[in-house]
Write a protein that binds this ligand. Structure first.
Ligand SMILES: Nc1ncnc2c1ncn2[C@@H]1O[C@H](COP(=O)(O)OP(=O)(O)OP(=O)(O)O)[C@@H](O)[C@H]1O
Ligand SMILES: [Mg+2]
Length: 265
């Protein structure tokens, strides 16, 4: 069965796109058939995966009914990508038809059987685009920034998840809270972990065992059109993200035996 996973948090800059691009890249490296979808009008995911943005059709054209999903999907070295468009920023006022919450789910029905995983990046908001992602998904991953972790904002995600489960998608699950920019040396770490457990409990979920440490390589990778998984496979954040990918991939897609080639100097 195709797993459709949305990476979500309405707070900006917590690592949604970093996590999404790592999952797309890491799962593809293991031989899974992956479709990445960028639902963020900022269009950062394409940038992280080296896409030449601004040329072809986008998820906006698909949701607006201007084009078929199969015509907008772009093949890359690391799976297929449905790129974003700044036009998506009009979604809230433009997409007003009945059942507008199902626009993405209906399109995914056409192609889902071609993929083992669909990984969706979302904007830092809980608007109609994020709702569309939740309605289409089997699971959510919620990255949070460890050092500024707080319960504020969690109730909004929880309420949105509950509303989507009640009205549109009863099978939706929160797969886990992912602590990012984690500093294991910080004396606050124990308190941060306790708070993270509480956040996860409120979402009916858990905290991923693997916490993502800070690393400058994460910030550098997109400038090279790469995920940190290929740009700096031996860096701390890539190591930590690999353990998250292990969990998502399960036994079906174990790590490749060959160590990824180190990046050339
Ligand atoms: N583990 C990390 N170590 C160092 N820098 C990181 C790490 N994770 C993310 N960053 C940096 O933090 C910034 C935000 O990351 P990212 O773009 O993945 O977040 P986001 O949640 O997608 O943001 P937005 O809400 O704007 O879409 C980026 O500059 C990124 O390079
Ligand atoms: Mg982002």
């Amino acid at each position: 069965m195709t797993q459709i996973i949305t990476v979500t948090n309405q707070k900006g800059g917590v690592g949604k796109t970093t996590t999404t691009s790592a999952l797309i890249c890491g799962l593809s490296q293991r031989g899974a058939r992956v479709l990445g979808i960028d639902l963020d009008p900022q269009g950062n995911l394409g940038f992280h995966l080296g896409l030449d943005i601004g040329s072809g059709q986008t998820v906006y054209d698909v949701l607006a009914g201007h084009t078929r999903i199969t015509e907008a999907i772009v093949p890359t070295r690391y799976g297929d990508i449905l790129p974003s468009d700044i036009m998506l920023s009009t979604a809230e006022v433009e997409f007003t038809a009945p059942r507008r919450e199902f626009m993405l789910a209906q399109q995914l029905d056409i192609v889902r059987d071609n993929y083992d995983f669909v990984i969706i990046d979302t904007p830092p908001a809980l608007g109609i685009l994020t709702i569309n992602a939740y309605v289409a998904s089997t699971g959510l991953i919620v990255p949070m920034e460890a050092e500024v972790l707080s319960l504020v904002g969690i109730s909004q995600i929880r309420d949105t998840v509950e509303a989507v489960k009640t009205s549109f998608n009863p099978n939706l699950k929160v797969l886990g809270v992912l602590l990012n920019k984690y500093n294991p040396r910080l004396t606050l770490s124990r308190e941060i972990l306790d708070l993270a457990e509480e956040v996860a409990r409120q979402l009916g979920s858990k905290v991923f065992d693997s916490k993502i440490r800070r690393g400058v390589q994460v910030a550098m990778a997109p400038a090279h059109g790469q995920s940190v998984m290929t740009y700096a496979p031996d860096s701390n954040p890539a190591y930590d993200l690999r353990r998250v990918i292990d969990e998502v991939a399960g036994d079906r897609f174990p790590r490749p035996r060959i160590k990824p080639r180190p990046r050339p100097y």
